[in-house]
Design a protein around this ligand. Structure first.
Ligand code: IPE
Ligand code: IPE
Ligand code: MG
Length: 249
């Protein structure tokens, strides 16, 4: 609780202009990494790590609501993850379907609006149907915007946006940053204030390449299935102490 009070104070100070600190993070992105290592350490099959990962996401969504986060974007499956062993990919698709079924009622009740970013055409029919159901079933919610990056790649997203501009016959002189940003998967998604990657890996792995231009990066050792409210609080407190410069003085 002390940390939460500190965050509130920091937010108040930041908005009153007394300190050069960013306001509390309203938009958070997470690379949920480390499920495989978590399972291996426990001598469990990798699917058990992915299942535990879905429970960590549940906790994180609740913590994000409590901490006043407005937008949370999580990396669930990358365009490169299709290259994993077929058994693991198949298990993951099943886990996604089961998780949506299990979580939809609670998410809807808690005021979470869920949307997916990424490709839809390579998901199984069953998964696509569940994704549509989750988006439709939470469409009126406003408390927390949850964006799930599935079959998502930052490069693919920029390529698709560019293709759309060509298809529209855009005049090259009209192509600027706004023109590209407006054609990303979810133009209304706010750019993340902070990106958290778990499991100690120090890279971006093709996540939100366009949107991360000035995002603060935080890397933590915790493996994703162990990620808890305390980890999110800590990351947000670290963010609150940083100074964003945007190239200025
Ligand atoms: C992240 O955990 C989940 C997905 C990429 C789907 P990993 O499965 O990458 O876990 P590690 O990196 O092997 O530990
Ligand atoms: C990034 O993690 C993708 C997701 C968390 C969904 P990976 O485990 O696939 O990334 P690399 O292979 O370590 O770069
Ligand atoms: Mg990994």
């Amino acid at each position: 609780m002390r940390l939460l009070e500190r965050l509130r104070t920091l937010r108040a100070l930041a908005s009153s202009g007394e300190r050069e600190l960013p306001a509390v993070a309203r938009s958070v992105a997470i690379i949920m990494d480390g499920n495989g290592r978590w399972a291996r350490r426990k001598h469990l099959p990798v699917a058990a790590g992915h299942r535990a990962g879905t429970r960590a996401l549940r906790r994180t969504v609740e913590a994000a609501i409590d901490l006043g986060v407005e937008s949370l974007c999580v990396y669930a499956f990358s365009t490169e993850n299709w290259s994993r062993p077929p058994d693991e990919v198949e298990d993951l698709m099943e886990i996604f379907v089961e998780t949506i079924e299990r979580e939809l009622p609670d998410l809807a009740r808690q005021g979470v609006r869920v949307r997916f970013i990424g490709r839809r055409d390579r998901a199984t029919g069953a998964l696509r149907a569940k994704m549509d159901e989750l988006e439709a079933g939470t469409a009126d919610n406003k408390r927390l915007q949850l964006w799930i990056a599935f079959d998502y790649g930052g490069r693919a997203e920029i390529v698709e946006a560019t293709r759309r501009l060509f298809e529209e016959g855009a005049d090259p002189r009209d192509i600027d940053e706004n023109a590209i940003a407006a054609r990303l998967y979810a133009p209304e998604m706010p750019e993340p204030d902070v990106l958290i990657r778990t499991s100690g890996e120090l890279r971006v792995s093709n996540f939100l390449l366009w949107q991360l231009a000035y995002t603060e990066l935080i890397f933590v050792e915790t493996l994703w299935p162990d990620f808890a409210e305390r980890d999110l609080r800590q990351a947000l407190a670290e963010y609150a102490g940083r100074r964003r410069r945007y190239g200025g003085r």
